[in-house]
Design a protein around this ligand. Structure first.
Ligand code: ADP
Ligand code: ZN
Length: 758
């Protein structure tokens, strides 16, 4: 399809070899999804199509449409029709056709429709997740070419050495940009003169905004001999990879079992057949390190997609994928939508990670999207984890997914021994029990590396008056403020508010303000106090705010330029640092007591993942876990790396309580700056839902959310529980439709299969 110079001006689409061209539309009316906050899945607005644009307006095309009295908005054409339900007199023509062709293909429009239903959002919100960034176009620069005039140019430029040098550079590098020529010593002024004299012409050429411009291609690696378990997994995958055919697989491999090598080989096979692959990794694990694993094997055929890219880079990577100029896309959550022309495989690494759930509209889970695409495109989907989401595991154990086990670490390396330290027997002990301190000493003396994990940043999470019990709380969120030693101030970890630390109690003027509990800052200080010689690094949100900081800390630690790394869950994910022989968990219980049915599962996963960082090199690893609940089944099972036992206990509890995977949940959150409005909206929705509930569906609430206030918004919620998701989603949509315009201006979010109940 070559249709240059559409009304939008962007020429990117002109190069598309993507889908067969859409049939010429003889339609008169365009049904357009416009993002105006609507939430029905079928909310399309009708516009008339001006005759001169009839050929260009096809499903999937972006258009600009009039909206309201005097505004315009961007939308996506979903359908073109020859008849309209809306009286023609009330219709307005669409204003402009954007891009050089349709951005979304028919299969993408189907995905939008599915997503709108699945996430209870509007088609426009769904489409937003599939579109390249808005308002960005291809970047061009001028490329310079020499012009043969027949004259002796060298003679002509005899007295202008700068121009002569520029001319000679052009002969050798025709089409180069001024920036590229500049690196060869050619000055811009000289180029301009050559153009003026008719000896050179400048033509616009596309310039790629390259996310790898500062990370050169790593040297190619030699793939290791596969282990028998890896070979078995690949053999089981082969028919689906080669078919290709849909299949859902759970690559269930303990930490250090070599899951990545299985992905790499599966992708190799897909590429050899001329198809392409998407690899999802959790946002936090999307380090240059992870990406270079793939670049080492697949070179420049790798694109990346994640939130740290600039809009221009994202635009360019998106189109490279769409045009099939690359074969592998590595990215975070939203990369699951990567629009490859011949998709052959989707990998979701660490599939249990909460970051795969998008917490704003469209509220999707990448795993669900991956499985939908797998089925639709007829290709395999590989979910990988050492600690699968219980819902995934349950599905696998009932035959919904094929289980591919990697039961042991590569090279017969043992999983680390885990010791639990019962903090209840150590009242008043310092941050580290003697066992942990002694272990740190032992490993540091042996010149090995230590990783300390505490899932809480700052110095102390609570500041408390010893006289009256006052605690400092955030004014716009219902949480205590955390003391940070770096600026000696109080911080809210939810809204970011910062306050001076009071010298006396604001309530009773008492002078005994105490810091309670500890965060990573305090842990790092304590390590330095106990081991003044040790080089200590800290990795948490506070130390990784600047671009590349995360990578720098990781590289320093990996290269052995530090002995101890203290960190939050950032350090638990997928790291492969051979020097780490001791992992200390300062407090294993942080997630256990959250008001969330997943608390035990999160605890088990985090402990297994962080313990899995120890002993990945030649030396065996050791893990020390400090806990107040050593006998809790999640802590006990993590200590023996025993997923099966944990899953059995947790599934029995979930079944008894009727929680997922034995039911489905859907949460509705209402918020407003005024408490009464948030409450009123939740009450009204509940009233609308209650008479509509079919047997087997429960309504919980309405009640104040556990996080009753966030960023100044008061929050109320309610939840539906029932045997199947579609029923819950239909009930929610219908209740929203019935209460439309009667919720007092409170904002409402529907969250099917919620990850957070806070
Ligand atoms: P996981 O993701 O399962 O925790 P990784 O994929 O990070 O494990 O692999 C752990 C380590 O084992 C890596 O350093 C990797 O290079 C290495 N490895 C993987 N497969 C093999 C193999 N077949 N032979 C030797 N080393 C391997
Ligand atoms: Zn706050």
């Amino acid at each position: 399809m070559t249709r240059r110079g559409g009304a939008g001006g962007a020429q990117a689409l002109s190069l598309l070899p993507v889908d067969p061209p859409a049939p010429p539309a003889a339609g008169l009316y365009a049904l357009v999804a416009v993002d105006v906050g609507g939430r029905g899945p079928d909310q399309l607005f009708t516009y008339t199509i001006p005759p001169e644009q009839a050929a260009d307006v096809v499903p999937g095309r972006r258009v600009r449409v009039p909206f309201g009295q005097s505004r315009s908005a961007l939308g996506v054409v979903f359908e073109v029709a020859t008849a309209s339900d809306v009286p023609v007199a009330r219709l307005r023509p669409l204003l402009q056709v954007c891009d050089g062709g349709p951005v979304l293909r028919p299969v993408d429009l189907d995905l939008c429709r599915w997503l709108a239903e699945r996430a209870v959002c509007s088609l426009a919100q769904a489409a937003h997740a599939l579109l390249p960034p808005q308002g960005v176009t291809d970047k061009t620069a001028l490329g310079y070419h020499p012009v043969e005039t027949g004259a002796d140019v060298v003679e002509q430029l005899r007295h202008a050495p700068a121009q002569l040098a520029a001319w000679q550079a052009l002969l050798a590098h025709a089409g180069a940009t001024a920036a590229e020529l500049g690196k060869r010593g050619v000055r811009r002024a000289a180029l301009s003169v050559l153009v003026r004299r008719g000896l050179a012409v400048a033509r616009p050429i596309p310039v790629r905004r390259d996310p790898f411009s500062e990370t050169p291609l790593p040297a190619a690696d030699t793939p290791p001999q596969e282990t028998p378990a890896q070979a078995a997994a690949l053999a089981a995958l082969a028919p689906a990879l080669d078919g290709p055919a849909f299949g859902g697989f759970l690559l269930f491999g303990v930490t250090g079992s070599g899951k990545t090598e299985v992905y790499l080989r599966a992708i190799e096979r897909v590429l050899a057949a001329g198809r392409q692959a998407v690899v999802l990794v959790p946002e936090i694990a999307l380090t240059p390190q992870t990406v270079s694993n793939f670049r080492r094997r697949f070179g420049s055929r790798v694109a990346v997609l994640h939130s740290a890219l600039g809009a221009g880079e994202r635009h360019d990577e998106w189109w490279r994928i769409r045009r099939g100029e690359v074969d592998v896309a590595v990215g975070a959550r939203s990369a699951v939508f990567a629009p490859f022309p011949r998709l052959g495989l989707i990998v979701v690494d660490e599939e249990h990670e909460p970051s795969y759930k998008q917490e704003e509209a469209p509220r999707y889970h990448s795993r669900d999207v991956a499985l939908w695409r797998g089925e639709r495109h007829g290709i395999p989907v590989v979910l990988g984890s050492a600690t699968p989401d219980l819902e995934t595991f349950w599905s696998a154990s009932r035959g919904g997914l094929t289980l591919l086990p990697l039961p042991s670490r590569v090279a017969e390396r043992p999983l680390p021994a885990v010791a639990r330290i019962d903090l209840r027997e150590r009242p008043g002990a310092g941050l580290f029990a003697p066992e942990l301190e002694e272990a740190m000493r032992r490993h540091l003396d042996a010149r090995r590396q230590v990783l300390l994990f505490l899932n809480r940043r700052g110095f102390a999470p609570v500041i408390l008056c010893g006289d009256c019990g006052f605690t400092a709380r955030c004014q716009s969120c219902s949480v205590t403020l955390c003391y940070h030693d770096a600026d000696r101030a109080l911080h809210c970890h939810y809204c970011g508010a910062r306050r001076e630390t009071p010298r006396v109690c604001p309530r009773c003027s008492g002078h005994v303000l105490r810091l309670r509990g500890s965060g990573t800052e305090r842990v790092a200080q304590e390590v330095t106090r106990l081991f003044p010689e040790a080089r200590v690094l800290r990795m948490d949100l506070d130390t990784t705010g600047t671009k590349g900081a995360h990578h720098r800390i990781y590289e320093d630690f990996r290269a052995g330029r530090a002995d101890v790394l203290v960190g939050t869950q950032m350090v638990a994910k997928g790291w492969d640092v051979a020097g780490v022989t001791l992992v200390g968990v300062v407090d294993a219980d942080t997630a256990l007591h959250l008001p969330d049915y997943r608390g035990a599962e999160r605890t088990f996963q985090l402990l297994c993942q962080v313990a899995g960082r120890a002993g990945r090199g030649i030396e065996p690893g050791e893990v020390v876990v400090q806990t107040h609940t050593p006998d809790h089944y999640a802590v006990a099972a993590a200590a023996t790396h025993d997923y099966a036992t944990f899953a059995r206990e947790e599934l029995a509890l979930r079944q008894a309580a009727g929680f997922p995977p034995f039911s489905r949940l859907l949460r509705v959150l209402c918020w407003s700056p005024r408490a009464a409005l948030a409450e009123g909206a939740a009450v009204r929705l509940a009233e609308s839902l209650r008479p509509a509930l079919p047997p087997g569906v429960d309504l919980w609430g309405p009640s104040q959310a556990p996080l009753a206030q966030l960023r100044g918004q008061h929050r109320w919620h309610l939840a539906l529980r029932g045997p199947d998701g579609p029923t819950l989603r239909r009930l929610a949509r219908e209740a929203l439709a019935r209460t439309e315009g009667r919720l007092g201006g409170a904002r409402v979010a529907v969250d099917p299969d919620p990850f957070s109940m806070l």
